[in-house]
Design a protein around this ligand. Structure first.
Ligand code: FAD
Length: 460
């Protein structure tokens, strides 16, 4: 093996983007990721400007034996897109987006964030389903599945993925779609970054908005037992156009909220109706009528504002920890635990959303993609957060205790909501059959496990 010095020289001669080493002025900013509790020091940050740079950086990593981390939006909860002493392939400079309004498709490169994609597609009154915070990366979110405000109407993000371009561990550029490399296309729809580096995604778009009926409706947290019971019965009859989530939290000090309510513990139902404003008002009316809300901000608004609704609640740099699980139904026992865990929140930044799944997600055949169990009704995210290290341990313990309390009722987990929880949990996110199929694919496309900084599916 040649020396690292000669290899870095060879890479420098061959690389169009920026190569950033420890000690350089931009190093600390570029090594930071969304979760402030992750503090890793890569040996090199390779800011790739295209497929040629990605191939060069991979060649460098293979020859030097350094670990490889691949970074899209940098929002991995456990910090999988960075590493100590390895090479970070930072794809954030890859910002190309092309919308075809006639075919209703969009192509997005690997560094695009959700809000950047929405901005371009909404210019034509179109959208593809994605997530609920606009500064999340399209790449990592899509490769794990993608849940968000349009999911019950149009499915997961992967259900709207038409093709990808991907660089393999050996540096080969492949296209994968239903017609080309179909095995790989099955695996990347849920299998994360295990099989290669996706350089570009092609999505199906749908007419959405640009104005939709959406927003939060809040009640004092003491009312959570009856709100949750009404909610779980009410959602059984709502159309797929309506996607909702319930959050238990303390009201954040945001400009849209009257200051006298800041810090008050609440139970919040968030709604987004992907249809006409009139239908949205009619469908949500029974919830608003059931118990007079403390604050009702559910009203017609631009879809791009709905997508950004949580941006200020989950900013970069705070310390975060999350435990998550799916449950089949909101039974009385699950509701009781949910209420108790809400009342046990002891920090202003800690919160937990419960997303309502079903609809279009559950109508896709179970083995059509690598995504786990599509029959689950809800997914819980217990999100602990603090401004920095102070008090973090207490909040993290709340998340762990909450997850443990829900354990008897868990029926799976969404892979993008896992933290570092070990192989058995990754296996249970996919189910045994899909996991074995993913292992076969891993042996075919990445037999040496070059791409192991992810929810890893080891080849052996
Ligand atoms: P990164 O940290 O850059 O990457 C995550 C993983 O994907 C890493 O293992 C990385 O190596 C790999 N990866 C990244 N880019 C590529 C690529 N081009 N090719 C191959 N592998 C790659 N999920 C939802 O489904 N819905 C939500 O509403 C949602 N909301 C979220 C809100 C916040 C604030 C956060 C932090 C996360 C949220 N998530 C949500 C989870 C999110 O989907 C995952 O954290 C996802 O991995 C983030 O993608 P990223 O590109 O930003 O992350």
């Amino acid at each position: 093996m040649s020396t690292i010095t000669s290899e870095i020289q060879a890479l420098g001669d061959d690389f169009r983007g920026e190569l950033v080493h420890p000690g350089e002025p931009s190093y600390d900013e570029l090594r930071s990721v969304w979760n402030g509790s992750i503090d890793r020091r890569p040996a090199l940050i390779a800011r790739c400007t295209g497929v040629a740079d990605i191939r060069s950086a991979l060649t460098y990593a293979r020859r030097t034996g350094l670990p490889v981390a691949v970074r899209g939006g940098g929002h991995s909860f456990p910090g999988h897109s960075t590493c100590d002493g390895g090479v970070v392939l930072d794809l954030s400079p890859l910002k190309g987006i092309r919308v075809d309004p006639v075919r209703r498709t969009a192509r997005a490169q690997a560094g695009v964030l959700l809000g950047e994609l929405d901005r371009e597609t909404q210019a034509f009154g179109l959208a593809t389903p994605s997530g609920i915070v606009t500064h999340t990366g399209v790449a990592g979110l899509t490769l794990g599945g993608g849940i968000g405000w349009l999911m019950r109407k149009y499915g997961l993000t992967i259900d709207n993925l038409l093709s990808v371009d991907l660089v393999t561990a050996e540096g080969e550029l492949l296209t994968a779609s239903e017609d080309v490399n179909a095995d790989l296309f099955w695996g990347i729809r849920g299998g994360g970054g295990n099989f290669g580096i996706v350089t570009e995604f092609e999505f199906q778009l749908h007419p959405v908005g640009p104005i939709v009926y959406a927003g939060p409706i809040m009640w004092p947290m003491e009312e959570s037992p009856r709100i949750l019971r009404f909610y779980r019965d009410w959602i059984t009859g709502v159309p797929d156009e309506l996607t909702t989530a319930v959050i238990h939290r303390w009201i954040p000090a945001l400009p849209a909220i009257p200051p006298e309510l800041h810090g008050r513990p609440v139970v919040v139902v968030l709604a987004c109706y992907a249809g006409s404003i009139e239908d949205g008002e009619r469908v949500v009316a029974p919830l608003k009528a059931f118990a007079p809300p403390l604050l009702d901000l559910c009203a017609p608004k631009p879809f791009v504002d709905v997508q950004a609704m949580f941006d200020l609640s989950y900013p970069h740099g705070r310390w975060y920890y999350m435990r998550a699980c799916d449950v089949a139904e909101l039974t009385d026992e699950v509701v009781d635990i949910a209420v108790e865990r809400g009342l046990a929140i002891s920090g202003p930044l800690t919160s937990y959303p419960i997303y309502h799944l079903g609809g279009a997600i559950s109508r896709v055949q179970a083995d059509a993609t690598a995504f786990g169990d599509r029959s689950n009704g809800h997914t819980f995210n217990f999100v602990a957060a603090t401004p920095g290290p102070e008090g973090f341990e207490e909040q993290r313990q709340w998340a762990r205790d909450s997850w443990r309390a829900m354990e008897p009722h868990q029926s799976g987990v969404y892979v993008n909501f896992l933290t570092d929880e070990g192989t058995d949990r990754i296996r249970s996110a996919y189910g045994a059959t899909a996991y074995d199929r993913l292992k076969d694919l891993k042996r075919k496309y990445d037999p040496n496990n070059l791409f192991h900084l992810n929810q890893n599916i080891p080849p052996q």
